[in-house]
Design a protein around this ligand. Structure first.
Ligand SMILES: Cc1cc2nc3c(=O)[nH]c(=O)nc-3n(C[C@H](O)[C@H](O)[C@H](O)COP(=O)(O)OP(=O)(O)OC[C@H]3O[C@@H](n4cnc5c(N)ncnc54)[C@H](O)[C@@H]3O)c2cc1C
Length: 187
C-alpha cells in the first residue's frame, strides 16, 4: 500500500545522507502482509520492567522482494506525466537504482509502519490471551479491547479495525448488562 504524504518521510539514516528540502513530498510503499516476525521480550521479571523490542524488519526475503517491487512502482508512478508539473526532481532515491543498490537502499530506509498488534492475541492456543468474547483466559471480569487482541495483522491500516473491536466490546458489555438486569428482574 502506498502512502502519499505532504512531508518528507525518511529514516534518520537517510536524512543524514540526503539533504531533504522542507517542501518535498513523498510516495512511499508500505508492506501490508508482512512475513517477517519480531518479538517483545521482558528483560526482567518485573511486570513494568524494560522490554527488548526486536521488529526483525526484512528478515524474510519475501518482504525484501515486495518492497523492491514497491519502490520500482513508486518510481514508475513518479515518472508519469500527471506528476511532471509537481515534481522538480527526485531526492531519495535521486535516480533509478540497480536492483542490488535498491535492496541496500531499502534496508537503510525501511522503518516502522506504526501498526503493532497481537500481543494479547484472540484464540484458543497456548499463546493466546483472550477468547472470542474478548475475555482474558483464566481471569473473571476482565476484557481487552484494543489492537493487541488481533490474532494477525490486518492487510490494511489498523485504526478502523481497532474501532470495530471497541464497538464489539461495548455491545458485549451492554448485552451482558441487559441479560443480568433481565435475570435480576426474574428473581
Ligand atoms: C505515528 C502513527 C501513525 C499512525 N497512522 C495511522 C493511520 O494513518 N491509519 C491507521 O489506521 N492507523 C494508524 N496508526 C495506528 C493506530 O493509531 C493504532 O492501530 C491504534 O491507535 C491502536 O489503538 P489502541 O487502542 O490499541 O492503542 P492506542 O491508540 O495506543 O491507545 C492506548 C491508550 O492507552 C493509554 N495508556 C497507556 N498506558 C496507560 C496506562 N498505564 N494507564 C492508562 N492509560 C494508558 C494511552 O495514553 C492511549 O490513549 C498510526 C499509529 C502511529 C503511532
Amino acid at each position: 500500500m502506498f502512502v502519499a504524504v505532504q512531508i518528507p518521510y525518511v529514516s534518520p539514516e537517510i536524512a543524514k545522507q540526503f539533504p531533504i528540502p522542507a517542501n518535498s513530498f513523498c510516495i512511499a510503499p508500505g508492506l501490508m502482509s508482512v512475513q517477517s516476525r519480531g518479538y517483545l521480550r521482558m528483560k526482567t521479571a518485573q511486570h513494568d520492567g524494560p522490554l527488548e523490542i526486536q521488529p526483525n524488519f526484512l528478515a524474510e526475503q519475501a518482504d525484501v522482494d515486495a518492497l523492491y517491487a514497491g519502490v520500482e512502482l513508486g518510481l514508475e508512478l513518479a515518472s508519469q506525466p500527471a506528476f511532471s508539473e509537481l515534481i522538480d526532481r527526485w531526492i531519495v532515491p535521486p535516480q533509478r537504482l540497480a536492483k542490488s543498490e535498491s535492496v541496500a537502499f531499502i534496508r537503510q530506509s525501511c522503518s516502522a509502519y506504526f501498526h503493532p498488534v497481537g500481543t494479547c492475541a484472540m484464540g484458543i492456543g497456548p499463546e493466546s490471551v483472550v477468547d472470542s468474547q474478548l475475555r482474558v483466559h483464566g481471569i473473571d471480569g476482565l476484557r481487552i479491547a484494543d489492537a493487541s487482541i488481533m490474532p494477525k495483522i490486518t492487510s490494511a491500516h489498523t485504526h478502523a479495525t481497532t474501532v470495530m473491536i471497541a464497538e464489539f466490546a461495548s455491545r458485549l458489555i451492554t448485552q451482558e448488562k441487559d441479560m443480568l438486569t433481565t435475570a435480576a428482574e426474574g428473581i
